[in-house]
Design a protein around this ligand. Structure first.
Ligand SMILES: [Zn+2]
Length: 555
């Protein structure tokens, strides 16, 4: 690379939701911002998690110096264990974010091998040529940062996830003062969250949901069940506070929520009045108007508490007629069907449901257009680079800034994609390289990475099913023992009675009969010829394309 240039290299999170990860390189040093997981919308084949392809970083192995985590959401920290397995780098983040990651690293038995640096807002950490300044950011989670990355050629601001919240429930408002000071000193580039770039106006404060919750608690006579994201700490605090105010105890159900509440309470972030929180056995003894259940599963996840409550599969508790269920969350794209099924199950049980559409029981944690305007006007960057979001959102952020903020032209706002290398000079921003990046998929059962080929194979199996051919050969001779066996699973167009198997058996037997002895003696060649023959036979007989498995055994 040329001297005096900074390279921006996104591995994920650009042109898609989730999997946020970015390399920022100057000279022969590179820092990584975030290592998140993604939730692919097409999730059959035993895969429901993807991570960035960290093999891509292999060529930078000697350059990488640190991983910096902006905040603790899974789409920013969920792939941390996987990147650390490949590259043992020190990790910098807030106490709360680190506590969340520790939980994961323990699962991978890696905690002792990782060097963690706890930082606070306004800290400046020197990492080689980079000076990283941590700016307090407001978001749906707590202890979040925007980063000012000072390099020898200029300062780059990475917003992380943020909204400009003047009245968060926990912690301070977004630190516009520090951002403004850095803006006055000069900012080369702003990497800016685009998730809500299509939404006009300002994103409401976390406080905005309080009136609706107060009304609901005031009007409800039966049991209350509130479901939200287990990481939405401001929301959890509000539910605890309002429950306390209206004389209800709170019973938390769902492992991830219990764990987050424990960490946040330990760190003094969440404040739960003494005696307010009760366990299930105590909760069941209380009158209907004395209890509020706070539960996981707002996205209809089948392993979460709310789904089990709605289907009678939670031990010791189920949703009943007269219960009021508040879904205090947005629908994450891809979860529509699950949520619809969940709501159906709740209605079947006679519950009353309150959703975001009908009452203000949820606000977004991401910057809308009004927030983006404040961000750009305060940091005054030379270039803007939209990040975090589908291409549509990146594009709309560019359009919005061009049309509504200061004097930015087409050339000042750079749209990039995963695998691009964007070279920033003191007065230039050019994509100098475009590489194709594949995702890495994670197996649900083992948490191990699985190859792209395996997923492709599973996809083929799902679409075409499988046909298996077993041929038994006499040892040391080239004679077939008995008939070739043909079995099939999930193949359209055949059933045990329509004669397909018999026809296939005969066709294979005929084919073997006409093969030269030395072609049969070479078992590898024999097996491949059998596969090709069976494939042609299937093409002739069927319209589907099953996966073919051939086996030659010797008896
Ligand atoms: Zn977030």
């Amino acid at each position: 690379m040329s001297n005096n240039k900074v390279e921006i290299i996104p591995l994920g999170g650009i042109g898609e939701f989730g999997m946020n990860c970015m390399g920022i390189r100057y000279g022969d040093e590179m820092i990584i911002v975030d290592a998140g997981m993604g939730f692919p919308e097409e999730t059959p084949y035993g895969v429901d998690i993807s991570i960035p392809n960290f093999d891509f970083l292999e060529e930078y192995r000697d350059d990488m110096t640190a991983i910096i985590l902006t905040h603790g959401h899974e789409d920013h920290i969920g792939a941390l264990a996987y990147i650390l397995k490949k590259f043992n780098l020190p990790v910098y983040s807030s106490a709360f974010t680190l506590a969340l990651t520790e939980k994961r690293l323990v699962e991978f038995d890696m905690l002792d091998d990782v060097l963690m640096h706890r930082v606070e807002a306004n800290d400046i950490v020197e990492i080689g040529n980079f000076k990283v300044e941590f700016i307090h950011a407001s978001h749906s989670l707590v202890e979040c940062f925007s980063l000012a990355i000072h390099t020898p050629i200029g300062t780059i601001i990475h917003t992380g996830d943020y909204k400009i919240d003047d009245t968060p429930v926990i912690g301070k408002p977004y630190d516009l003062e520090t951002l403004g000071r850095i803006g006055d000193e000069g900012v080369l580039a702003l990497l800016c969250d685009s998730t809500n770039a299509t939404v006009p106006g300002r994103t409401p404060s976390e406080m905005a949901v309080i009136p609706a919750f107060e009304e609901i608690f005031e009007q409800t006579e039966g049991r209350l069940i509130v479901s939200t994201f287990s990481s939405s700490l401001h929301r959890l605090q509000i539910v605890f506070d309002v429950a306390h105010q209206f004389g209800r105890k709170v019973c938390v159900l769902g492992r991830s929520m219990l764990k987050n509440i424990e960490i946040a309470s330990d760190q003094g972030l969440l404040k739960i009045p003494h005696g307010l929180s009760v366990d299930l056995s105590l909760a069941r003894k209380l009158a209907d108007d004395e209890i509020c259940y706070l539960v996981t599963g707002s996205q209809g996840e089948m392993r979460a508490a709310l789904w089990n409550l709605a289907t009678g599969s939670y031990k010791g508790m189920e949703v009943e007629k007269g219960d009021t269920v508040v879904l205090s969350a947005r629908i994450i794209p891809g979860n529509e069907k699950n949520i619809s099924r969940l709501i159906g199950n709740l209605y079947k049980r006679g519950a009353n449901i309150i959703e975001e559409k009908r009452r203000l029981v949820h606000v977004s944690g991401h910057a809308s257009q009004g927030d983006i305007k404040i961000m750009v006007e305060t940091s005054k960057p030379r270039f803007v680079i939209p990040i975090h979001g589908e291409y549509r959102m990146l594009f709309r952020q560019k359009e919005f800034i061009k049309n509504h903020v200061g004097s930015y032209s087409d050339d000042d706002i750079i749209l990039i994609e995963n695998g691009n290398v964007l070279e920033l000079g003191e007065n230039s921003a050019v994509v100098v390289e475009k590489r194709e990046l594949f995702k890495t998929f994670i197996d649900e059962e083992s948490s191990e990475a699985i190859e792209y080929d395996v997923v492709r194979e599973r996809k083929k199996l799902a679409y075409g099913g499988a046909i298996s051919l077993v041929v038994a050969m006499e040892k040391n001779t080239n004679t077939v023992n008995g008939e070739p066996q043909v079995t099939f699973e999930g193949v359209a167009g055949i059933d045990p009675l329509n004669g397909f198997s018999a026809k296939a058996r005969k066709s294979i037997a005929d084919a073997i009969h006409s093969m030269k002895p030395d072609h049969i003696a070479n078992r590898t060649m024999f097996k491949e010829n059998l596969r090709i023959h069976l494939k042609r036979f299937i093409q002739k007989e069927l319209s589907s394309k099953p996966v073919i498995v051939t086996t030659v055994i010797e008896v």
